[in-house]
Design a protein around this ligand. Sequence first.
Ligand SMILES: Nc1nc2c(ncn2[C@@H]2O[C@H](COP(=O)(O)OP(=O)(O)OP(=O)(O)O)[C@@H](O)[C@H]2O)c(=O)[nH]1
Ligand SMILES: [Mg+2]
Length: 325
Amino acid sequence: VTTNRIDALTEGLLKAEPVSVARLISWAENRDPRIEEVLRRVYPRTGQAYRLGITGPPGGGKSTLIAKLAVTFRDRGERVAVVAVDPTSPFSGGALLGDRYRMLDLVADPGIFIRSMATRGSQGGLASATVDALDLLDAAGFTMVLVETVGVGQVELDIAETSDTVVVVLVPESGDSIQAMKAGLMEIADLFVVNKADREGADRLAQALESMLDLHARGDRPRPEVLTAAAAKGAGIEEIADAATRHRRGLEAAGDLERRRRRTMKQRLLGEARRALVARFEGGDGEALEELLDRVARRETTPHDAAREMMAAIEGRGTPPARKD
Ligand SMILES: Nc1nc2c(ncn2[C@@H]2O[C@H](COP(=O)(O)OP(=O)(O)OP(=O)(O)O)[C@@H](O)[C@H]2O)c(=O)[nH]1
Ligand SMILES: [Mg+2]
């Protein structure tokens, strides 16, 4: 029965049937073990989608911008998926999907898929579930995946890590705090958009960003372009799509896209290994772990040697010799 379900959903996914896509993303989100079998089957088909991450402070107009950008890329022949990752919401499945995406519902085009995902706040949970979801969309044949995250904390870094191109959306009011702007956003941006340019101060902020970029040449990476937009009015959208495409072509021409993706893949691989390892130790009743912990607590062994013992147990041989360095 289970296999039939996996068969049916996988088949639906490969045909980009929205119900199947949505169900499987829920599996990914809920860490349903069946997702692993689905990914095993569809992974060979992935690697085609381009991942455009859009981040920035709350309320900057990211969703408004993405909705317009989705239509622009669709018009350009892409099959577009939008994933809004909400690091604060315990809800998911589109229940709390921002108002800004409603306009996309009106499009009623199977070439546009929208989904929000909650992060569940568990360490590493977001990254893992989201990246799985991106693979599913990739396998479903979406060629352009737009990922929205609010630019706070670790989340934006995770998303930067999984995006091919990162767009940082700021607003004129960000100008006051640009000096204090987190180094994080500065580091991850491949493209800056000063949105709400219908307001006072957008050009000034754009200038300030340019000056900042003059000071912070980032060696190996191309200098980010700085654009202005008024997403709510649909102004500047084509230019953003163009600039993102230029960044993409630049990465592709230099072989950087493959390098970037390989680096991401390495982090993901290590992350999965870490999770598997931890699950193994915490598995069952976690009794062995508790016993080891007791011995560390009684100072009978060091955490280092205890960890080595854990690894040795997994490798099924004796305790490896301590490092000599
Ligand atoms: N004046 C002006 N308002 C805009 C513009 N773009 C978006 N807004 C408004 O800004 C508000 C926030 O827009 P969203 O698109 O929801 O912003 P967001 O960055 O996705 O917000 P969060 O997801 O909550 O972080 C809404 O009221 C939009 O109508 C713009 O170009 N000019
Ligand atoms: Mg939003």
